[in-house]
Design a protein around this ligand. Structure first.
Ligand code: SAM
Length: 346
């Protein structure tokens, strides 16, 4: 009827404002508003403004926006964190997503401001967003300074802390004695694996300038004696021997020729009966769900997101069989394949 036809369409209102909401949360995180209101703290606008060194009028609008977004609560006494903010947005909380949010704010946001060019040109917009052409996504982009490198490592670490257990337990891995997490970054997944599998030793393999910085990410008071860090380039160097190879959020970054080099190497090293575990977001066959994977592909790296059948085909192409996928219901899914008896690649 007429009334419905003339209403402002609410799904579009959400889309029109979605970017403002994201940025409000990013900025509140960056200014450490949630850290200030950690626990049971209740503060008035003026106190928050003083602490974060910002204007009172700007702070008030930010705090009210965060309240509307249900990240803060507002009473006569002042503002306080919601449970959600206390758990995930405080920078030093156990389940903090602060690192991932800072990566979204400082890296992904600038890239997405150039989405139009990204679509026109079909390329990553590093050169526009950061005035630097990225030949290599890691060395030239994520790792171009110590600050950006630690930010990226922190982002990866925070996601694995929340999803690593579901990846590690998606399949029964108890028969494996050694695993090698290729591109294993801070060792966050290795940490979960050794907790879940008491007989497993894990080698974390990553670039030298990542391995140099892993110490500040290690949990205190936990036995890490079954984790070894090894540095190298998985395209150029030999990879360590292992019963189980792991590629968590590695395949989606690279073009086909690089994937070919990497999977050929793993397949060659992997003995019959040994396996490859992949952690990624698995797309549905139409490639429109889940939304977070579809949207991530807009950052236009040379790699791509894949569906279940595409991962299965890819692993089979490099000599893995019995390929199984587990949709975990968490941020990352898991795919496992076992090496066939012959080294042949079909
Ligand atoms: N596996 C971690 C996770 O799921 O959180 C990190 C994923 S991150 C997207 C990709 C990782 O691959 C980074 O830690 C990066 O340093 C590593 N990497 C990139 N190029 C590499 C190379 N040529 N050799 C070894 N590691 C590499």
């Amino acid at each position: 009827d007429m009334e419905n036809l003339t209403k402002f369409p609410s799904p579009l209102v959400e889309l029109l404002d979605g970017f403002k909401a994201s940025k409000a949360m990013f900025v509140a995180c960056k200014l450490k508003v949630f850290d200030l209101l950690k626990g049971k703290a209740i503060l008035k606008t003026k106190d928050v403004a003083d602490h974060i060194n910002a204007s009172v009028c700007g702070t008030e609008r930010l705090l009210d926006s965060c309240t509307a977004l249900e990240l803060l609560k507002k009473t006569k006494q002042g503002y306080s964190n919601t449970e959600l903010a206390d758990k995930y947005l405080v920078s030093d909380s156990e389940n903090s997503l602060h690192g991932y949010i800072m990566h979204a704010n400082d890296h992904v946001w600038p890239l997405f401001t150039h989405l139009e060019s990204a679509v026109r040109e079909g390329t990553n917009q590093n050169h526009r967003a950061f005035e630097k052409k990225a030949q290599d996504l890691f060395q030239d982009s994520y790792y171009h300074s110590m600050e950006t490198k630690l930010r990226f490592m922190n982002a990866m670490d925070s996601v694995i802390k929340l999803t690593g257990r579901d990846v590690a337990t998606a399949f029964d891995l108890s028969k494996f004695r050694s695993a090698c997490d290729l591109g294993g970054c801070t060792g966050a997944l290795a940490q979960v694996l050794i907790q879940e599998y008491p007989n497993l030793k894990v080698t974390v393999f990553d670039l030298p300038n990542v391995i140099e910085n892993v110490s500040c990410f290690q949990p205190t008071g936990q036995d890490t004696s079954r984790i070894t860090f090894t540095s190298g380039d998985f395209f150029k160097d030999n990879i360590p021997e292992a019963d189980l190879y792991i590629l968590s959020r590695v395949l989606h970054d690279w073009p086909d020729d690089k994937i070919d080099a990497l999977l050929s190497k793993i397949s060659y090293r992997c003995k019959p009966g040994c396996a490859l575990l992949v952690a990624e977001i698995v797309l549905d066959e139409e490639k429109i769900d889940p939304l977070r994977a579809v949207l991530q592909s807009l950052s236009m790296t040379e790699g791509k997101q894949r569906s279940n059948s595409e991962y299965k085909q890819l692993l089979e192409k490099y000599g893995f069989t019995q390929v199984q996928t587990k949709i975990t219901g968490n941020f990352l899914d898991a795919i496992l394949g076992f090496k066939k008896t012959a080294h042949t690649v079909n």
